[in-house]
Design a protein around this ligand. Structure first.
Ligand code: HEM
Length: 369
């Protein structure tokens, strides 16, 4: 079946096997009435439950004198494993809605991080919707119709299309490649790793605030790749940057993709085989107090950068963790020393609290209000 259940303890689109495409939208709330915000979330929930089944949000061919309720471009398309994941940004928890006291302590704007070159127009937001599906038009249709339903209450702040998954979140999946040509998602938390999901991804039953239990925090980073200079780098150096082989994906201390990474191994010259500034060394849980994140990013391109004539392309990095601080710590380290920094630039950033899953009859974020 290509329908992912809309209901559950956790929102879909997190531990769900990563679909092929993504449309990620960030919104600003324009109404100041709390009741309108609640109405919006209720209407999004109702629409979401239809959309993920491959159904329209209303009639396409309805009254001839009225605009079609559903915009129609997904008519005849399959459900394509569509998932919709909703999150609340730190800026939602302000005086407008009387939510100041309800803000999770963990939910704050991310601090400035080394190497940040953030564009405010591609950062932040009061609300987000992550739509993932195996068909880009299905994901686009979902976001477009939620935006339409939200007219008068929300405006879109920024939107990112991801054309190919760069992670594996289930053992049933093979590892895809990012735009640098490397397998990405080899060492990731997977749906089958239930202990890691409860230890590192889902907000635990003993945690505060209670309305976030079963939820998680989403960090999004639009990471531009300096593709032209990467493409001129020699293979040996590309492999040293990650600490892995380009084609096979195995660690430089092994052969096959899933061979154990040996960070202690030294070469004949006495130097570490996986360099001290290699991406997989600096990011490894063993080097970060055992902490893990679930990565669920997508490759993007927005065509050519008119200023430079270079491709505006890279990785729309998305990670889920039960404390955004885990990402912050990791990125502080990577941003300071990662060999990859020569070839990337973080240009967009956002953090959202994703409430737990919806139950039939309930709505997104119900526990918050
Ligand atoms: C591993 C690429 C940014 C965290 C990897 C791997 C690749 C990769 C190829 C090895 C395969 C794998 O285990 O998935 C990239 C690229 C990035 C990027 C191209 C930017 C454009 C980041 C960022 C973070 C991160 C911003 C977190 C702050 C990790 C982690 C691992 C990893 C935790 C697994 C390390 C291990 O346990 O072996 N990345 N990455 N990456 N990356 Fe990244």
């Amino acid at each position: 079946s290509d329908v992912v259940s809309f209901y559950g303890d956790h929102q879909a689109g997190i531990a769900t096997p990563a679909q092929e495409r993504m449309v990620f939208a960030s919104f600003d709330v324009t109404t100041t009435a709390r009741a309108d915000l609640v109405e919006l979330l209720k209407s999004w929930t109702e629409a979401g439950a239809h959309l993920v089944k491959g159904s329209p949000v209303g009639a396409v061919a309805g009254h001839p004198m009225a605009p079609p309720v559903d915009t129609g471009e997904a008519e005849g398309l399959a459900a394509a494993n569509l998932t919709l994941t909703v999150g609340f940004g730190p800026s939602l928890f302000d005086r407008r809605f009387g939510l100041e006291q309800r803000r999770p302590a963990a939910l704050r704007e991310l601090p400035a991080l080394p190497g940040d070159e953030l564009d405010p127009d591609r950062s932040g937001g009061d609300l987000c919707v992550q739509a993932c599906a195996d068909d880009a038009q299905v994901a686009f249709h979902a976001v477009r119709n939620l935006l339409r339903l939200g007219r008068g209450s929300v405006v879109m702040r920024w939107c990112q299309l991801g054309f190919g998954r760069t992670s594996t979140t289930s053992r049933s999946q093979s590892t895809p490649r990012n735009l640098m040509g490397f397998k990405d998602g080899t060492n990731n938390i997977r749906a089958e790793d239930t202990a890691d999901l409860s230890g590192f991804v889902w907000v635990g039953q003993g945690s505060e605030p209670a309305w976030m239990r079963g939820g998680t925090y989403l960090v999004a980073r639009r990471i531009r790749m300096l593709i032209e200079s990467w493409d001129r780098d020699r293979l040996e150096d590309q492999e040293a940057v990650f600490g892995r082989q380009k084609v096979g994906g195995g660690p430089l201390t092994g052969t096959n993709e899933h061979d154990k990474v040996d960070l202690a191994a030294k070469g004949p010259d006495g130097m570490p085989v996986i360099a001290t500034n290699a991406h997989i060394r600096l990011a490894a849980p063993s080097e970060n107090g055992g902490r893990k994140i679930l990565r669920r990013g997508y490759s993007f391109t927005d065509g050519m950068d008119p200023l430079t004539g270079q491709l505006d392309a890279g990785l729309f990095f998305v990670s889920f963790q039960n404390d955004p601080e885990t990402f912050v710590r990791l990125q502080r380290r990577l941003g300071a020393s990662d060999a990859l920094n020569e070839y990337i630039k973080h240009v967009g950033s956002a953090v959202f609290a994703c409430p737990p899953g919806v139950r039939p009859g309930g709505w997104w974020g119900q526990g918050l209000f």
